[in-house]
Design a protein around this ligand. Structure first.
Ligand code: 26V
Length: 821
């Protein structure tokens, strides 16, 4: 049985082969000859998972024994992306697994492709959580990610007649081999009902909450493997279920349909991921989701601490709770409730623990994105929490009154309750008051946070505010997605230390001018472009030419991100070529990707315009070889991994002051794309790192934007004052891209001319001029290759390892607990 054991854990080729056939037979009931692609994938997944389990158990045991402080990352979203190849890379057995596959005559790539990714997030915020889980494990920091196991993640996007159409995501339909259900690990979560006061056995007045409905949260555990270490951390996602007793009771009184209905209602809570970027998602179900996962997670932490220490007095020393935006900010009220109502602690001690356990990250300054919930809804759903929030607020506002002596205007601004239109709870205020630290996600964003939306809080508690610039994991976004580049970097650096310590990439700098490296660098890029071209050809019917410059904008579709600024440039280019077929231009392929929130009309119209412009341009023989436009459908983690390696130019063109950080910008740059961008979010820091000469900067700065708007911005004056801009806008309105329909794109062009809230027209000329410089630079290949190499070489700062190191030292005060590989 030592031999059997090795079949489960051995990392050599023969062990992998034996394990694979074993799993295929015993877990899927198949021989190779009759297995479906899904069977082949599942057997591979189980084979890899087996190799993580012993390390997972050992990690959990060691963490428990050492009593180390554990990071609990609370996030409504984890946008993990496919596990299989990532886990192979982190285990360090990709080549062995490929060789084992070959000997079994398996199609390794097809098996990797077969995985349906868990899309449990919208975009940047959810993907950041996933990168941070990877880095926490890699840095050997004990951590648990807590979230929701949505049955339906982000919708699949299909393009029908140029329009986005949404298809339900069915990531669980063929089974999820990475998760382990824990039916016995579940917690009750109440909703509704009322509260009552009572006197406990010591004569103290206490509150109890008698909810009208209770659901159970059941744990599903996924191992998160660190790179090159033995540490495996835990991602624990909660699924809502009806308590068994519930339907039984109803069944006994004969209300069978009532019972089924109650069960359905309970299961609805974790059914579907909401778009986070659509205003007016203020639905009760969303608040229920937030409370549901926060309560389960805190109950779980309390269980762990009571098992270990037998008391909750040191809860905050044991756990560093990180609130990923305001979605989990109810944790502040829920931890207070649990400590006081369930564990009979007094207010002062409970507040001390809460305020020292929680930390809050803000991810956006957009006013319409700042979460508030009506007091009304709270009264109905969470009456006890409302009381607690009132009491937190009462005590807090008294502090404000003393601190800013007799400044009632300030009190009103800072209150957790917004009294202006209907009473609403400001979740960011609750999170800030109840946390030890508040952080923004890029230097500029943190500065703006301190000077605008959280200015009063910053003045009251300057020491509470921190900046932690976002980062992304080089394991997934270089090693997994761009193996050719990874190999070349390792060769050029002499070893693969850079994958653990991205600052090592600096070594590439001295070779940036080396024509030998440059040639290889270009080959790697061209091969990735060819791969992408083939994929796009299969999916869209249009195969781009890898010899053209690949100009890519991939991110959620949003007006503030200004995909339409790029479109105006494309239309302008088209006019130039039509007017003068000999105009000197660098042949380009513009590639767009991104989902629009299902209810966001303008974003959907932008997608339609990309496709409409593409249809006309791509079919115009006069511009063939010069200009192409393609929309990559269903941009998600998996498709992102095809895009980042293939980009020559990365578009990061949001209106300055609007993009909190951006993280796609980092993924592109790591893969050797140059950036054209505004001084927004992390672009500012990327430009400082890669060198100002290696970054194409344009556009108004955040203070200039502010000033323009304060003066009264009049886009129609810009429109009438710039002939080229006017003709580009007019061309869109003319019907050229809409089969003569002059109404279709009118909402977009009218909005630009008459309102233009994101200063697209104001930045148009600067953008076009900057793109001309890009054109010129691309025509000098050695110069371009050098800049490309320098971009990759100087991306050390943007590894999520650095971000997590910052959090660990400056915010959480946690130390590594090494587990041997
Ligand atoms: C929410 C809303 C709601 C109302 C309509 C407009 C709107 C726009 C965006 C959002 C998203 C808010 C949270 C979020 O996803 N922020 C993103 O977080 C990333 C990770 O920190 C960061 O890189 C992105 O810049 C930031 O937009």
């Amino acid at each position: 049985t030592a031999e059997q054991q090795r079949t489960r854990t051995g990392l050599d080729k023969d062990a992998l082969k034996r394990a694979y056939l074993d799993n295929l037979f015993y877990l899927r009931g198949r021989f190779l000859e009759v297995a479906t692609t899904n069977d082949l994938y599942m057997a591979a997944a189980y084979t890899v998972r087996d190799r993580m389990l012993a390390r997972w158990i050992k990690s959990a045991q060691t963490y428990k024994d050492t009593n180390a402080r554990t990071v609990c990352y609370l996030s409504a979203e984890f946008l993990l992306g496919p596990h299989l190849l990532n886990n192979l890379v982190n285990l360090g057995i990709t080549d062995t697994a490929r060789a084992a596959g070959e000997e079994l005559e398996l199609d390794f790539e097809a098996i990797v492709e077969a995985e349906e990714e868990p899309g449990l997030g919208n975009g940047g915020l959810g993907r950041l959580a996933a990168c941070y889980m990877d880095s926490l494990a890699t840095l050997q920091i004990p951590a648990i990610g807590y979230g929701i196991r949505y049955e339906f993640g982000i919708f699949d996007q299909v393009i029908v007649d140029g329009w986005q159409s949404e298809r339900g995501d069915t990531w669980l339909k063929s089974g999820n081999p990475w998760e382990i259900p824990r039916p016995k690990l579940s917690f009750p979560v109440g909703f509704g009902g009322h509260t009552e006061q009572y006197t406990d056995e010591h004569g103290a007045l206490r509150m109890r909450w008698l909810p009208s409905m209770v659901v159970n949260g059941m744990a599903y555990d996924t191992p998160i493997m660190g790179y090159g270490v033995g540490n495996v951390n835990l991602l624990r996602l909660w699924k809502s279920e009806a308590p068994e007793s519930f339907d039984f009771q109803a069944f006994n009184v004969g209300d069978y349909y009532g019972a089924v209905h109650a069960k359905m209602e309970a299961e609805t809570i974790s059914k579907v991921l909401y778009p986070n970027d659509e205003p007016e998602a203020g639905k009760a179900l969303r608040l229920k989701q937030q409370y549901f996962f926060v309560s389960c997670s805190l109950q779980d932490m309390i269980r762990l601490e009571l098992n270990n220490a037998g008391t909750l007095a040191h809860f905050h020393e044991k756990f560093a709770v990180q609130l990923n935006d305001t979605h989990p900010s109810l944790a502040v009220a829920e931890l207070m409730r649990l400590l006081m109502d369930e564990y009979l602690m007094d207010w002062t001690r409970a507040w001390e623990i809460t305020r020292n356990a929680c930390h809050f990250t803000n991810h956006t300054l957009l006013p319409e994105a700042l979460e508030t919930w009506s007091v009304h809804l709270f009264e109905r759903l969470l009456p006890r929490h409302l009381q607690i929030i009132y009491e937190i607020n009462r005590r807090f506002l008294d502090e404000v009154r003393v601190h800013f002596f007799a400044d009632e205007a300030r009190v009103a601004r800072m209150s957790i309750i917004d009294e202006s239109f209907g009473r609403r709870i400001r979740m960011a205020h609750l999170a800030a008051v109840g946390s030890k630290a508040v952080n923004g996600v890029a230097a500029l964003h943190t500065d703006l946070l301190k000077s605008t939306v959280m200015h009063d809080f910053y003045e009251m508690w300057p020491e509470k505010f921190h900046n932690v610039t976002n980062g992304v994991t080089p394991r997934r976004f270089i090693a997994v997605s761009n193996p050719r580049l990874a190999r070349l970097i390792t060769e050029a650096c002499g070893d693969d230390r850079w994958l653990r310590d991205l600052a090592c990439l600096k070594q590439l700098e001295e070779q940036a001018e080396d024509h030998g490296l440059q040639a290889q660098w270009r080959q790697v890029k061209t091969a990735a472009k060819q791969d992408l071209a083939n994929w796009l050809g299969e999916r869209t019917g249009f195969t781009p030419d890898p010899q053209t410059l690949f100009d890519v904008q991939a991110k959620r579709i949003h007006e503030y991100k200004r995909q339409h600024l790029s479109l105006l440039h494309i239309v302008w280019l088209y006019e130039q070529i039509k007017q003068n077929p000999n105009v000197e231009l660098t042949p380009r392929t513009f590639i767009f990707g991104g989902k629009a929130a299902p209810g966001y009309f303008m974003a959907k119209l932008i997608i339609k315009l990309v496709n409409a412009v593409g249809e006309v341009i791509n079919n115009d023989p006069q511009v063939s070889g010069m200009l192409r436009v393609v929309f990559m459908p269903d941009f998600n983690v998996k498709n992102g991994q095809r895009l980042y390696p293939a980009a020559d130019l990365s578009e990061q063109i949001s209106m300055a002051g609007k993009e909190a950080s951006g993280t796609g910008n980092m993924k592109f740059s790591m893969n050797g794309a140059l950036t054209i961008g505004t001084l927004d979010g992390a672009n500012v820091e990327i430009r400082d790192e890669v060198g100002h000469d290696n970054f194409f900067l344009f556009g108004l700065t955040a203070p200039e934007v502010h000033q323009r708007q304060a003066e009264g911005y009049r886009p129609w004056e810009v429109y009438h004052g710039n002939e080229q801009l006017k003709s580009a806008v007019d061309l869109i309105a003319s019907g050229l891209f809409s089969h003569g329909d002059t109404e279709l794109f009118r909402p977009l062009t009218d909005n630009l001319i008459h309102s233009d809230p994101f200063l697209v027209l104001a930045d148009f000329q600067a953008y076009v001029d900057c793109q001309r410089q890009v054109d010129r630079a691309y025509r000098a290949p050695h110069h371009w290759d050098r800049m490309s190499i320098l971009n990759t070489a100087r991306m050390g700062k943007f590894s999520s390892d650095r971000s997590i190191q910052d959090y660990a030292e400056r915010i959480w005060g946690v130390a590594p607990v090494p587990i041997e590989a």
